[in-house]
Design a protein around this ligand. Structure first.
Ligand code: FAD
Length: 381
């Protein structure tokens, strides 16, 4: 058997961020992922500037041979209704392609990579884990996304009516003719709320790549809503009539209603495995990165004692950062609960409310500075 200090299952943004910070502090970290990287991930590929800061990304170096689309504005409204555009002088977000972004972060992390290997066995022997009959480690991190095998093997989800977001997305390269005709500005991301406010669609251009998708809390109507969304965008000349690929779907939990545990003896969950995405926007990359960094801080502070009580500070930090979980979600989502018909009309027709509430507070979370490790955090052996 081989040994490592920490074994992380899942090499998405949560797993690679945690590994990066632990490797900086000299820990021997293994990241196991069932996929061979670069791999794609169903996602809009929108990251906020906080992610750039938290990961200390050198954007110039990143963009040298990868797609990085600065976003200088948002066009928002209800599907079929009047759209308002909020513009900024500086980038307020960036468009990335997940196949490139995740690969870059994982390579940069410094972890030993075990790719193309799914978790098949997880056994507790004394106070260590034996994984796939090959690895021994005192600490396993579940970073395997919504269907994380660590989350599921170490405790089925409790009975709950919590609904996950279900979203569908397609990303493809526009042909030169389509690019010339496309009415979506690369610097302006477009967000279209469903008329019943139970979800929203997006249309996001990253250079010659176009990403189109829609997510909702009620999964039954999803296919119908995606079709209606596409027909509307096609009528308006915003997406090509002949989409070259089929939509891919994926689920994930919003933080407030996630039923997932966070720590156990010798085990922690981060990112989508823990169900941390922001409730209003569905943004999940920033919570994945922040939880990965918070977990790393707790691990370093625990100095090799990984009983649940020693890992508890991670749970406290998550609560302090993301708030209290509320359990059962309101029918069809928070936005619908918050906005009655009249308030919704006011929000979508007011440039002031759109900018300050919808765009800056709910989507960009501009009021929340990037997460930083506490001063004096243990970063060496
Ligand atoms: C359609 C859609 C659009 C989205 N758009 C955005 C957006 O624009 N911006 C944003 O911030 N968030 C977005 N999100 C949410 C975001 O994609 C997730 O929150 C984010 O990817 C979570 O990162 P993670 O590292 O926790 O998990 P993931 O990125 O899902 O990574 C999990 C990793 O675990 C691996 N894995 C799974 N099972 C196993 C196993 N058995 N053994 C080993 N490895 C395993 C997988 O291969 C994968 O690499 C979107 C989600 C969806 C569904």
């Amino acid at each position: 058997m081989l040994s490592c200090d920490v074994l992380i299952v899942g090499g998405g943004p949560a797993g690679s961020s945690c590994a990066w910070r632990l490797c900086q502090a000299g820990r021997h970290v293994v990241v196991m992922d069932r996929a061979a990287f670069p791999r794609d991930k169903t996602c809009g590929g929108w990251i906020t500037p906080a992610v750039v800061e938290e990961l200390e990304l050198d954007l110039e170096a990143y963009a040298a041979d990868r797609v990085l689309q600065p976003v200088l504005g948002l066009r928002t409204g209800r599907l079929g209704g009047r759209m308002l555009t909020t513009r900024y002088a500086q980038p307020v977000s960036y468009g990335i392609r997940r196949c490139e972004f995740d690969h870059y972060l994982l390579q940069r992390s410094g972890a030993q990579l075990e790719l193309g290997q799914a978790l098949t066995a997880l056994e507790r022997v004394g106070d260590v884990w034996q994984i796939n009959g090959t690895w021994r480690t005192p600490l396993v991190i579940g970073a395997g996304g919504h269907y994380c095998p660590v989350a599921r093997r170490l405790g089925a989800d409790p009975p709950t009516t919590a609904t996950a977001v279900l979203a569908q997305e397609v990303e493809f390269a526009l042909t030169p003719e389509q690019e010339a005709q496309c009415r979506v500005e690369p610097e302006v991301a477009e967000l279209y709320y469903c008329r019943d406010l139970a979800g929203y669609g997006w249309c996001f251009r990253k250079g010659r790549w176009l990403n189109v998708g829609l997510g909702r809390l009620d999964r039954h109507g999803l296919v119908h809503h995606v079709s209606e969304f596409c027909r509307t965008l096609q009528r308006e000349g915003r997406i090509p009539v002949d989409l070259p690929q089929a939509f891919h779907g994926h689920a994930y939990w919003l933080y407030e209603h996630s039923p997932r545990w966070l720590v156990q003896d010798g085990a922690m969950l981060i990112g989508d495995a823990a169900g941390l995405a922001y409730t209003y926007s569905g943004e999940g990359i920033r919570p994945a990165v922040e939880s990965g960094l918070m977990a790393a801080q707790t691990i370093l502070d625990a100095r090799g004692d990984y009983r649940a009580a020693r890992l508890h500070p991670y749970e406290q930090q998550i609560r302090a950062r993301f708030g209290t979980r509320r359990g059962v979600p309101p029918k069809n989502g928070r936005l619908r609960q918050t906005l009655t018909g009249l308030a919704a009309r006011l929000l979508f027709s007011s440039a002031y409310l759109t900018q300050h509430l919808l765009v800056e507070r709910w989507f960009l979370r501009a009021h929340e500075p990037p997460w930083r490790p506490r001063r004096g955090m243990c970063t060496t052996h």
